[in-house]
Design a protein around this ligand. Structure first.
Ligand code: ADP
Length: 324
């Protein structure tokens, strides 16, 4: 855990503030006291995001219980615009708790939640911080808990953070170095801890000195994750790798074959290659679903495959293009 800067002073602004980055919980926690303006808050968030421990896509929760200020609607709009500007759509969620007297008209603590969903930010209020935190993590959102099922319930499609799932194996959209990266990879290593990296280094030193080729899959410990294992697979880079469709199908098939070899029953996949590797999400949906269907017909022990999308929009593209 790392504690950030205290106290930002502007012309007529005095804001005592701090942030801490809790890498194991994939969370930035902001604490704010004193007079609060959109500028001072923006500056604090920028500092947190510039911290070496910050991982893109990290959730953030802020506690403003001792803060005061006069945020009117245009101030909220400006802050919303800033969130849109900095947010990778749907990968950043913010929670804030305001003291009565500023945003709160009534005398109770007002908790303001804003969620970046494309250019649409939703604001939510809660009575207490624990409820805000649950919402930030997705547990209270109906769309997060609502799942769509295929193949007699053997495959479920949902939104959420894959690193929080207590399944037998979480699949990592790794890169061939196996030594970590951004997106799902960054989130898995940061929440799973050093044990996963150690296991990956060992694989590099033994079986894969030149890195794991695209389309292949390997299994390691899951370190501090709630899952038991991580299956690392390397998706094709769109526009660079030849026959990307065959490689993407192979990622799903080999990951499931590996899970079956280890007698695992539940496996969660992210949308491999559709982030930094740029695979079109609609085409990836057709390939992933077809590959999973074929693999499951040969892997009888696997009871549950979860396809986890980071945003409702991504999930909906999948649902519209899947071939189950
Ligand atoms: P790749 O390099 O294979 O494209 P990325 O990790 O960049 O892999 O992205 C793959 C997909 O996973 C993207 O659609 C991204 O939005 C999503 N994603 C990123 N982080 C998470 C997470 N923690 N849980 C679930 N999905 C995630």
């Amino acid at each position: 855990m790392r504690i950030g800067q205290d106290g930002i002073e502007g012309m007529s602004i005095v804001m005592e503030s701090s942030y801490s980055i809790d890498a194991s919980a994939n969370l930035i926690r902001l604490k704010v006291w004193g007079e609060l303006t959109a500028e001072s808050l923006t500056e604090l968030l920028n500092q947190a995001r510039a911290d070496p421990q910050y991982v893109p896509g990290m959730h953030a929760i802020a506690d403003y219980r001792e803060a005061y200020g006069n945020w009117d609607y245009s101030e909220i709009q400006r802050f919303r615009d800033y969130l849109v500007h900095i947010a990778v759509p749907c990968e950043v969620r913010w929670a804030a708790i305001f003291k009565p007297g500023n945003l709160a008209a009534a005398g109770h603590v007002l908790i303001l939640i804003s969620e970046a969903v494309g250019s649409d930010i939703k604001l939510r209020m809660f009575e207490e911080p624990a409820a805000a935190l649950r919402w930030v993590r997705g547990a209270d959102r109906p769309e997060a808990s609502m799942s769509h099922k295929f193949l007699n319930g053997r495959v479920e499609v949902r939104t959420g953070d894959i690193t929080g799932l207590p399944v037998d194996a979480v699949v990592n959209a790794a890169n061939s170095s196996l030594l970590g990266g951004g997106g799902v990879d960054g989130a898995i290593h940061s929440r799973g801890g050093q044990e996963i990296l150690r296991a990956c280094r060992e694989l590099r030193e033994t079986c894969y000195p030149r890195g794991l080729p695209a389309g292949e899959a390997v299994l390691t410990t899951a370190g501090n994750l709630p899952a038991r294992y991580v299956i690392h697979t390397v998706g094709p880079v769109w526009g660079r790798d030849q026959q990307p469709d065959a490689l993407l199908a192979s990622c799903y098939k080999k990951s499931l074959a590996l899970a079956a070899d280890h007698s695992l029953e539940s496996v969660a996949f992210p949308a491999i290659s559709t982030g930094a590797y740029g695979y079109p999400k609609d085409e990836a949906a057709a390939i992933a679903s077809t590959a999973i269907m074929e693999a499951l017909s040969q892997a009888g022990a696997i009871e549950q495959v979860s396809l986890v999308f980071f945003s409702d929009a991504d999930r909906d593209v999948f649902l519209a293009n899947q071939q189950f």
